[in-house]
Design a protein around this ligand. Structure first.
Ligand code: ACM
Length: 259
């Protein structure tokens, strides 16, 4: 199957323009599965929780309708990050398919000021068994907690969709280890650009990438500029957890020794 990482440059608060810019990029490259950045429709650097509440959307809001129409027309799947308005406000990622909404992930490990803006995720780390393969979802800073990717791998994920808004430089290299230590594919879709609001300046590092279960960087995008890249992956390679005659990666875990 063909996986696309979609690297966008959202303008803060310009939801309609940001969603259409992302869809224009997606129209330019055919794939079975597209991964968009974290909070791709709103931008990231919210001034306060009132602003998040104003820009947050329900699961079937404006953004959903545009992306669902794309997925229907192209018979594909999409994961995108958005501020979700539910009983509380979450930093979420939605999985959309040809027939509409499939599932949701709510970011478990909130980064920095996100802790004052969002409720921590309460849905665990979900894996969706789709016709294209088994897709797990985590968001950005979850990369720094190896438990996130490991939980997804233990639940059978073959590919981790990883919408991101990276500000620290370490994640692109760290994802090589996340893939290697779990024998999974990962597609990290990051954004580029700057956001300077209310005295907080952020630079987003881009470098979206797709990494294989053997830690090979199949594609890594640049640090600036909107871009989309598609890679063909054989997801069944992620089922092979045996390393040699004596080591099976997941079966070899010594849970009794980990506490
Ligand atoms: C992050 O989690 N957006 C750094």
């Amino acid at each position: 199957m063909h996986v696309a990482v979609v690297q966008t440059d959202p303008k803060f608060g310009e939801v309609t323009a940001n969603v259409h810019a992302a869809v224009n990029l997606m129209q330019s490259a055919r794939a079975d599965f597209y991964v968009l950045p974290e909070l791709f429709n709103t931008g990231y650097n919210f001034a306060d929780s009132d602003e998040v509440a104003r820009l947050a959307e329900g699961v079937t809001g404006f953004t959903y309708h545009v992306i669902a129409e794309f997925a229907r027309c192209h018979a594909c799947y999409v994961v995108y990050g958005f501020a979700e308005r539910a009983e509380k406000i979450y930093n979420s990622a939605a999985l959309i398919g040809p027939t509409g909404h499939i599932g949701l992930y709510r970011k478990v490990h909130l980064f920095d000021r996100e802790n004052t803006l969002f409720e921590p995720g309460n849905l665990g780390f979900p894996v969706f068994n789709l016709p294209i393969g088994n897709i797990g979802i985590m968001i950005c800073f979850d990369w720094l907690y190896p438990e996130s990717a490991r939980t997804l791998a233990l639940k059978g994920a073959q590919l981790i969709a990883h919408p991101s808004n990276l500000v620290m430089p370490y994640c692109p290299d760290a994802m090589v280890t996340r893939c290697l230590e779990n024998r999974v594919f990962a597609a990290t879709a990051d954004r580029v650009g700057e956001e300077s609001r209310e005295g907080v300046h952020l630079h987003f590092i881009g470098q979206s990438e797709i990494v294989s279960p053997s830690g090979e960087i199949l594609v890594r995008l640049g640090g600036e500029g909107e871009e989309i890249r598609v890679v063909e992956v054989e997801l069944s390679l992620a089922n092979i957890k045996r390393l040699n005659k004596h080591n099976d990666l997941l079966k070899g875990r010594r849970e009794d020794q980990y506490r």
